[in-house]
Design a protein around this ligand. Structure first.
Ligand code: RIB
Ligand code: CA
Length: 327
Protein backbone atom coordinates (compact mmCIF):
# COMPACT_ATOMS: atom_id res chain seq x y z
CA UNK A 1 0.00 0.00 0.00
CA UNK A 2 1.26 3.49 -0.81
CA UNK A 3 2.51 5.32 2.28
CA UNK A 4 1.10 8.52 3.75
CA UNK A 5 2.52 11.94 2.89
CA UNK A 6 3.52 13.97 5.95
CA UNK A 7 3.78 17.76 6.16
CA UNK A 8 6.76 19.02 8.19
CA UNK A 9 6.04 22.40 9.82
CA UNK A 10 8.64 25.13 10.43
CA UNK A 11 10.00 23.22 13.40
CA UNK A 12 10.36 20.10 11.31
CA UNK A 13 7.64 18.52 13.42
CA UNK A 14 5.28 16.28 11.52
CA UNK A 15 1.82 17.76 11.13
CA UNK A 16 -1.30 16.27 9.68
CA UNK A 17 -1.09 14.40 6.42
CA UNK A 18 -1.79 16.22 3.18
CA UNK A 19 -5.20 15.27 1.85
CA UNK A 20 -4.76 13.15 -1.27
CA UNK A 21 -7.09 14.12 -4.09
CA UNK A 22 -7.77 13.31 -7.73
CA UNK A 23 -9.29 16.25 -9.64
CA UNK A 24 -11.60 15.30 -12.52
CA UNK A 25 -12.22 18.35 -14.67
CA UNK A 26 -13.28 20.00 -17.94
CA UNK A 27 -11.35 23.31 -18.06
CA UNK A 28 -13.03 25.86 -18.35
CA UNK A 29 -11.74 29.02 -16.68
CA UNK A 30 -13.32 28.24 -13.32
CA UNK A 31 -11.86 24.73 -13.38
CA UNK A 32 -8.44 26.27 -13.99
CA UNK A 33 -8.74 28.53 -10.95
CA UNK A 34 -9.76 25.52 -8.87
CA UNK A 35 -6.66 23.64 -10.06
CA UNK A 36 -4.45 26.65 -9.24
CA UNK A 37 -5.96 26.81 -5.74
CA UNK A 38 -5.28 23.13 -5.16
CA UNK A 39 -1.70 23.30 -6.43
CA UNK A 40 -1.02 26.35 -4.25
CA UNK A 41 -2.19 24.64 -1.06
CA UNK A 42 0.20 22.40 0.92
CA UNK A 43 -2.73 20.81 2.80
CA UNK A 44 -3.59 19.09 -0.47
CA UNK A 45 -1.62 16.50 -2.45
CA UNK A 46 -2.90 16.36 -6.03
CA UNK A 47 -2.21 12.71 -6.89
CA UNK A 48 -3.37 13.26 -10.48
CA UNK A 49 -5.73 15.26 -12.69
CA UNK A 50 -8.14 13.53 -15.08
CA UNK A 51 -9.76 15.37 -17.98
CA UNK A 52 -13.28 14.79 -19.24
CA UNK A 53 -15.27 16.23 -22.16
CA UNK A 54 -17.59 19.02 -21.02
CA UNK A 55 -17.08 22.74 -21.45
CA UNK A 56 -15.11 21.91 -24.58
CA UNK A 57 -14.16 18.59 -26.22
CA UNK A 58 -11.67 16.26 -24.51
CA UNK A 59 -8.78 17.15 -26.86
CA UNK A 60 -9.00 20.70 -25.45
CA UNK A 61 -9.81 19.93 -21.80
CA UNK A 62 -6.78 17.63 -21.44
CA UNK A 63 -4.58 20.35 -23.01
CA UNK A 64 -6.11 23.02 -20.76
CA UNK A 65 -5.31 20.96 -17.66
CA UNK A 66 -1.66 20.84 -18.72
CA UNK A 67 -1.58 24.57 -19.55
CA UNK A 68 -2.92 25.26 -16.05
CA UNK A 69 -0.40 22.97 -14.34
CA UNK A 70 2.44 24.73 -16.17
CA UNK A 71 1.02 28.13 -15.20
CA UNK A 72 1.19 26.88 -11.58
CA UNK A 73 4.82 25.79 -12.11
CA UNK A 74 3.85 22.14 -11.74
CA UNK A 75 4.82 20.26 -14.93
CA UNK A 76 5.35 17.22 -12.65
CA UNK A 77 1.61 16.67 -12.16
CA UNK A 78 0.27 13.53 -13.85
CA UNK A 79 -2.52 14.40 -16.30
CA UNK A 80 -4.79 11.81 -17.92
CA UNK A 81 -7.45 11.92 -20.63
CA UNK A 82 -10.76 10.19 -19.96
CA UNK A 83 -14.18 10.06 -21.54
CA UNK A 84 -14.69 12.03 -24.74
CA UNK A 85 -18.49 11.81 -24.48
CA UNK A 86 -21.23 11.18 -21.90
CA UNK A 87 -22.38 7.64 -21.04
CA UNK A 88 -25.47 7.76 -23.25
CA UNK A 89 -26.23 11.30 -24.36
CA UNK A 90 -24.59 13.23 -27.19
CA UNK A 91 -21.92 15.63 -25.92
CA UNK A 92 -23.08 19.21 -25.35
CA UNK A 93 -20.31 21.79 -24.93
CA UNK A 94 -20.21 25.41 -23.71
CA UNK A 95 -17.92 27.43 -25.98
CA UNK A 96 -20.50 30.23 -25.66
CA UNK A 97 -19.30 30.65 -22.06
CA UNK A 98 -15.66 29.56 -22.13
CA UNK A 99 -14.58 30.55 -25.66
CA UNK A 100 -13.40 28.25 -28.45
CA UNK A 101 -10.30 27.04 -26.56
CA UNK A 102 -12.20 26.61 -23.30
CA UNK A 103 -9.53 28.72 -21.61
CA UNK A 104 -9.97 32.05 -23.43
CA UNK A 105 -8.69 35.14 -21.61
CA UNK A 106 -4.94 34.76 -21.03
CA UNK A 107 -2.60 33.73 -23.84
CA UNK A 108 -1.15 30.59 -22.25
CA UNK A 109 1.59 28.74 -24.18
CA UNK A 110 1.08 25.29 -25.68
CA UNK A 111 1.88 22.76 -22.93
CA UNK A 112 5.27 21.01 -22.91
CA UNK A 113 4.46 18.56 -20.12
CA UNK A 114 3.27 15.09 -21.21
CA UNK A 115 -0.21 13.64 -21.21
CA UNK A 116 -0.04 10.23 -19.50
CA UNK A 117 -0.75 7.16 -21.65
CA UNK A 118 -3.00 5.51 -19.03
CA UNK A 119 -6.74 6.17 -19.45
CA UNK A 120 -8.18 8.42 -16.74
CA UNK A 121 -10.64 5.75 -15.59
CA UNK A 122 -7.84 3.20 -15.16
CA UNK A 123 -5.81 5.79 -13.23
CA UNK A 124 -8.71 6.51 -10.86
CA UNK A 125 -9.28 2.79 -10.22
CA UNK A 126 -5.58 1.91 -9.87
CA UNK A 127 -4.90 4.83 -7.52
CA UNK A 128 -7.85 4.14 -5.19
CA UNK A 129 -7.12 0.41 -5.11
CA UNK A 130 -3.41 1.03 -4.37
CA UNK A 131 -4.23 3.11 -1.26
CA UNK A 132 -5.76 2.11 2.05
CA UNK A 133 -9.54 2.67 2.09
CA UNK A 134 -10.53 6.24 2.92
CA UNK A 135 -7.33 7.89 1.69
CA UNK A 136 -8.39 9.27 -1.70
CA UNK A 137 -10.91 12.09 -2.27
CA UNK A 138 -12.37 12.55 -5.75
CA UNK A 139 -13.08 16.18 -6.74
CA UNK A 140 -15.49 16.41 -9.69
CA UNK A 141 -15.53 19.74 -11.52
CA UNK A 142 -17.28 18.70 -14.74
CA UNK A 143 -19.65 16.06 -16.12
CA UNK A 144 -19.25 12.93 -13.97
CA UNK A 145 -18.63 10.47 -16.80
CA UNK A 146 -15.14 9.32 -15.68
CA UNK A 147 -16.31 8.81 -12.10
CA UNK A 148 -19.34 6.77 -13.21
CA UNK A 149 -17.24 4.61 -15.52
CA UNK A 150 -14.75 3.95 -12.72
CA UNK A 151 -17.55 2.99 -10.31
CA UNK A 152 -19.06 0.63 -12.88
CA UNK A 153 -15.66 -0.92 -13.73
CA UNK A 154 -14.60 -1.33 -10.06
CA UNK A 155 -17.54 -1.34 -7.59
CA UNK A 156 -15.08 -1.53 -4.65
CA UNK A 157 -14.46 2.20 -5.21
CA UNK A 158 -17.79 2.81 -3.49
CA UNK A 159 -16.33 1.64 -0.16
CA UNK A 160 -12.71 2.72 -0.67
CA UNK A 161 -13.08 6.38 -1.71
CA UNK A 162 -12.98 8.75 1.28
CA UNK A 163 -15.41 11.25 -0.22
CA UNK A 164 -16.58 12.85 -3.45
CA UNK A 165 -16.69 16.67 -3.48
CA UNK A 166 -18.43 17.96 -6.60
CA UNK A 167 -19.67 21.08 -8.31
CA UNK A 168 -23.04 20.44 -9.91
CA UNK A 169 -26.77 20.78 -9.70
CA UNK A 170 -29.10 23.43 -8.38
CA UNK A 171 -32.43 23.56 -6.57
CA UNK A 172 -33.75 26.93 -5.32
CA UNK A 173 -31.57 28.55 -8.02
CA UNK A 174 -32.86 26.32 -10.84
CA UNK A 175 -30.57 25.48 -13.72
CA UNK A 176 -28.13 27.24 -16.07
CA UNK A 177 -28.09 24.84 -19.05
CA UNK A 178 -31.90 24.57 -18.97
CA UNK A 179 -34.41 26.10 -16.54
CA UNK A 180 -34.18 22.83 -14.57
CA UNK A 181 -30.63 21.56 -15.07
CA UNK A 182 -27.11 22.75 -14.24
CA UNK A 183 -24.52 22.12 -17.01
CA UNK A 184 -22.35 19.38 -15.40
CA UNK A 185 -25.39 17.26 -14.58
CA UNK A 186 -27.20 18.14 -17.82
CA UNK A 187 -24.31 16.92 -19.99
CA UNK A 188 -24.31 13.48 -18.34
CA UNK A 189 -27.34 12.88 -16.07
CA UNK A 190 -26.85 9.08 -16.21
CA UNK A 191 -23.32 9.44 -14.82
CA UNK A 192 -24.54 11.77 -12.07
CA UNK A 193 -27.28 9.28 -11.15
CA UNK A 194 -24.63 6.58 -10.79
CA UNK A 195 -22.49 8.81 -8.56
CA UNK A 196 -25.34 10.01 -6.31
CA UNK A 197 -26.59 6.42 -5.88
CA UNK A 198 -23.09 5.05 -5.08
CA UNK A 199 -23.35 5.42 -1.30
CA UNK A 200 -20.04 7.33 -1.23
CA UNK A 201 -20.12 10.40 1.08
CA UNK A 202 -20.81 13.37 -1.21
CA UNK A 203 -20.35 17.11 -0.69
CA UNK A 204 -22.35 19.00 -3.35
CA UNK A 205 -21.65 22.59 -4.44
CA UNK A 206 -24.75 23.55 -6.48
CA UNK A 207 -25.56 26.83 -8.21
CA UNK A 208 -27.32 27.87 -4.99
CA UNK A 209 -23.94 28.39 -3.39
CA UNK A 210 -21.75 29.21 -6.40
CA UNK A 211 -24.08 32.04 -7.45
CA UNK A 212 -23.16 33.72 -4.14
CA UNK A 213 -19.43 33.70 -5.03
CA UNK A 214 -19.40 36.42 -7.69
CA UNK A 215 -16.22 37.53 -9.48
CA UNK A 216 -16.87 41.18 -8.62
CA UNK A 217 -14.58 43.77 -10.18
CA UNK A 218 -12.78 44.60 -6.94
CA UNK A 219 -12.11 40.90 -6.38
CA UNK A 220 -10.72 40.36 -9.88
CA UNK A 221 -8.54 43.46 -9.44
CA UNK A 222 -6.88 41.83 -6.41
CA UNK A 223 -5.64 38.93 -8.53
CA UNK A 224 -4.27 41.35 -11.16
CA UNK A 225 -2.59 43.43 -8.43
CA UNK A 226 -0.53 40.38 -7.41
CA UNK A 227 1.56 41.15 -10.49
CA UNK A 228 2.56 37.48 -10.85
CA UNK A 229 1.99 35.35 -13.94
CA UNK A 230 -0.58 33.27 -12.06
CA UNK A 231 -2.30 36.32 -10.57
CA UNK A 232 -2.54 38.20 -13.87
CA UNK A 233 -3.68 35.07 -15.74
CA UNK A 234 -6.35 34.42 -13.10
CA UNK A 235 -7.68 37.97 -13.59
CA UNK A 236 -7.70 37.44 -17.35
CA UNK A 237 -9.49 34.09 -16.99
CA UNK A 238 -12.17 35.64 -14.78
CA UNK A 239 -12.57 38.76 -16.95
CA UNK A 240 -13.35 36.54 -19.93
CA UNK A 241 -15.42 33.98 -18.03
CA UNK A 242 -17.68 36.44 -16.22
CA UNK A 243 -18.84 38.43 -19.27
CA UNK A 244 -21.51 35.84 -20.26
CA UNK A 245 -23.03 35.51 -16.79
CA UNK A 246 -22.88 39.27 -16.10
CA UNK A 247 -25.12 39.84 -19.14
CA UNK A 248 -27.35 36.90 -18.21
CA UNK A 249 -27.82 37.73 -14.52
CA UNK A 250 -27.24 41.49 -14.61
CA UNK A 251 -24.76 41.22 -11.76
CA UNK A 252 -21.29 42.67 -10.99
CA UNK A 253 -19.29 39.59 -11.88
CA UNK A 254 -20.32 36.02 -12.54
CA UNK A 255 -20.51 32.95 -10.28
CA UNK A 256 -17.16 31.25 -9.61
CA UNK A 257 -18.24 27.62 -9.51
CA UNK A 258 -15.45 25.03 -9.36
CA UNK A 259 -13.02 26.61 -6.84
CA UNK A 260 -15.77 26.11 -4.21
CA UNK A 261 -14.91 22.38 -4.32
CA UNK A 262 -11.25 22.94 -3.39
CA UNK A 263 -12.09 25.70 -0.92
CA UNK A 264 -14.27 23.21 0.99
CA UNK A 265 -11.24 20.95 1.49
CA UNK A 266 -9.20 23.89 2.79
CA UNK A 267 -11.74 25.86 4.83
CA UNK A 268 -15.08 24.01 5.20
CA UNK A 269 -16.18 26.68 7.66
CA UNK A 270 -16.70 29.00 4.68
CA UNK A 271 -19.75 26.95 3.66
CA UNK A 272 -23.23 26.32 5.06
CA UNK A 273 -25.58 23.49 4.07
CA UNK A 274 -27.17 20.28 5.26
CA UNK A 275 -27.54 16.59 4.55
CA UNK A 276 -30.28 16.00 1.97
CA UNK A 277 -31.50 13.37 -0.41
CA UNK A 278 -30.59 14.21 -4.01
CA UNK A 279 -32.03 12.34 -6.99
CA UNK A 280 -31.20 12.94 -10.66
CA UNK A 281 -33.86 13.18 -13.38
CA UNK A 282 -32.72 11.14 -16.38
CA UNK A 283 -35.97 10.47 -18.27
CA UNK A 284 -38.03 13.65 -18.78
CA UNK A 285 -37.13 15.69 -21.88
CA UNK A 286 -38.29 18.83 -20.01
CA UNK A 287 -36.28 18.33 -16.79
CA UNK A 288 -33.48 15.88 -17.75
CA UNK A 289 -30.42 16.63 -15.58
CA UNK A 290 -32.42 18.21 -12.78
CA UNK A 291 -31.10 17.58 -9.25
CA UNK A 292 -34.18 16.93 -7.14
CA UNK A 293 -33.02 18.05 -3.68
CA UNK A 294 -35.25 17.14 -0.72
CA UNK A 295 -34.09 20.20 1.29
CA UNK A 296 -37.14 20.16 3.59
CA UNK A 297 -37.03 16.36 4.12
CA UNK A 298 -40.58 15.91 2.82
CA UNK A 299 -39.84 12.36 1.64
CA UNK A 300 -38.47 9.35 3.47
CA UNK A 301 -35.59 9.09 1.00
CA UNK A 302 -32.26 8.76 2.82
CA UNK A 303 -29.91 11.77 2.68
CA UNK A 304 -27.00 11.01 0.30
CA UNK A 305 -25.22 14.36 0.04
CA UNK A 306 -24.12 17.33 2.13
CA UNK A 307 -25.75 20.06 0.00
CA UNK A 308 -24.31 23.57 0.31
CA UNK A 309 -26.56 26.61 0.09
CA UNK A 310 -24.49 29.50 1.47
CA UNK A 311 -20.90 30.74 1.50
CA UNK A 312 -18.77 33.39 3.20
CA UNK A 313 -17.86 34.88 -0.18
CA UNK A 314 -15.41 37.46 1.20
CA UNK A 315 -13.59 34.71 3.07
CA UNK A 316 -13.62 32.60 -0.10
CA UNK A 317 -11.90 35.29 -2.14
CA UNK A 318 -9.44 36.03 0.70
CA UNK A 319 -8.42 32.36 0.51
CA UNK A 320 -8.15 32.42 -3.30
CA UNK A 321 -5.99 35.57 -3.41
CA UNK A 322 -3.80 34.45 -0.50
CA UNK A 323 -3.10 31.06 -2.10
CA UNK A 324 -2.72 32.11 -5.73
CA UNK A 325 -0.22 34.74 -4.53
CA UNK A 326 2.04 31.80 -3.57
CA UNK A 327 2.33 30.52 -7.17
O1 RIB B 1 -22.50 24.93 -14.38
C1 RIB B 1 -21.17 25.27 -14.03
C2 RIB B 1 -20.25 24.13 -14.27
O2 RIB B 1 -20.25 23.79 -15.66
C3 RIB B 1 -18.78 24.47 -13.95
O3 RIB B 1 -18.11 23.31 -13.55
C4 RIB B 1 -18.25 24.94 -15.27
O4 RIB B 1 -16.84 24.76 -15.39
C5 RIB B 1 -18.96 24.02 -16.21
O5 RIB B 1 -18.24 22.78 -16.25
CA1 CA C 1 -16.09 22.61 -14.79
Amino acid sequence: MVGETWLADAGGREMTTARKIIIDTDPGQDDAVAILLALASPEIEVVGITAVAGNVPLALTQKNVRKTCELAGRPDIKVFAGADRPLLRTLVTAEYVHGKTGLDGPDLPEPQMPLQDEHAVDFIIDTVMAHEPGQITLCLLGPQTNAALALMREPQLATRLREIVLMGGGFFEGGNATPAAEFNIYVDPHAAKRVFESGIPIVMMPLDVTHKALTKRDRVARFRALGTAAGIATAQLLDFFERFDERKYGTDGGPLHDPCVIAWLLKPELFFGKQCNVCIETMSELTKGMTVVDWWHVTNREPNALVMRDIDSDGFYELLVERIAKL
